[in-house]
Write a protein that binds this ligand. Structure first.
Ligand SMILES: Nc1ncnc2c1ncn2[C@@H]1O[C@H](COP(=O)(O)OP(=O)(O)OP(=O)(O)O)[C@@H](O)[C@H]1O
Ligand SMILES: [Mg+2]
Length: 253
């Protein structure tokens, strides 16, 4: 469903630094349809950059990205993003719009009728466990972190995209809400058959949620596999340290 082949991205240096920043280096990765792949790695290892290459929020300098059978470089980004839901850290909700308006955003942009937008919004709010009668008309600031996150997920599902990209979707939540939302999400996922790429700092979360885990370090993909693969057959000393909790402390950023 998603194929990355030798992708790389170099950013020009920060103001007082002469060396360019290699954010992603020669990464190849296949995500089959229906898989939930977790991208993990220390802060600055290139997770967000790699994720954004899939929906063309970042254009790679080299390599190719395929979604379905198309090279994304040849697909209109707006059209591409209709088929790819995107959930960003902390929900990214519009503060001056209601919950219903936030969830229905893509429907309005696509020219859906008011009634069909409303019906779909209500259906999605039910699905993420937020009864529309209680939540639809509230502003996002009145919601808890977990509720805002669910609104962000509902919004990403609006057009029923086959692919969902999630960048630290549970990162801002307290541990209790986090494990609750995570389990609700797993339950939701079982009924959806989506291809999902989810970025996380949290190794336990990656192993809990992911069918496979891809570990990035300094822009390079060190290993992709199941928990068992990474624990029993680490391909690299860094992988071994990371999975045993001894690597560079994963910092929330
Ligand atoms: N727009 C940009 N301009 C310049 N450098 C960038 C840009 N975006 C990212 N970088 C750099 O590229 C590297 C990878 O960044 P990226 O955001 O992909 O990391 P990350 O793994 O998502 O980190 P985090 O876990 O902290 O979110 C970092 O060194 C970062 O400073
Ligand atoms: Mg990031």
């Amino acid at each position: 469903m998603i194929q990355l082949e030798g992708v790389g991205k170099v950013y020009a240096s920060h103001a007082n630094d002469e060396r360019p920043i290699v954010a992603v280096e020669n990464v190849s990765l296949d995500v089959p349809a229906g898989e939930l792949l977790c991208l993990i790695g220390p802060s600055g290892s290139g997770k967000t950059t790699l994720l954004k290459m899939i929906n063309r929020l970042v254009e790679p300098d080299r390599g190719t990205v395929r979604v379905g059978d198309a090279d994304v470089h040849t697909v209109d980004p707006i059209k591409l993003r209709r088929g790819i839901g995107y959930v960003i850290q902390s929900g990214g909700l519009l503060p001056h719009r209601t919950v219903a308006e936030n969830v229905g955003l893509l429907g309005r942009l696509e020219g859906w009728s008011r009634d069909s937008v409303r019906d779909r919004v209500y259906e999605l709010l039910e699905m993420v466990g937020m009864p529309p009668s209680d939540y639809a008309e509230r502003p996002p600031r009145d919601l808890s972190g977990g509720e805002q996150q669910r609104v962000g997920i509902a919004r990403a599902l609006f057009l029923d995209p086959p692919i969902i990209l999630m960048d630290e979707p549970f990162g801002a939540l307290d541990p209790v809400t986090r494990s609750q939302i995570r389990d609700e999400f797993l339950h939701l996922k079982q009924n959806m058959r989506k291809t999902i790429v989810l970025v996380t700092h949290d190794l336990g979360e990656a192993f809990h949620l992911g069918d496979r885990v891809a570990l990035l370090h300094r822009g390079r993909l060190l290993q992709v596999g199941t928990e068992n693969d990474l624990r029993q057959r680490p391909t690299d000393a860094f992988v071994e340290r990371f999975v045993s909790g001894g690597a560079e402390a994963p910092v929330h950023g």
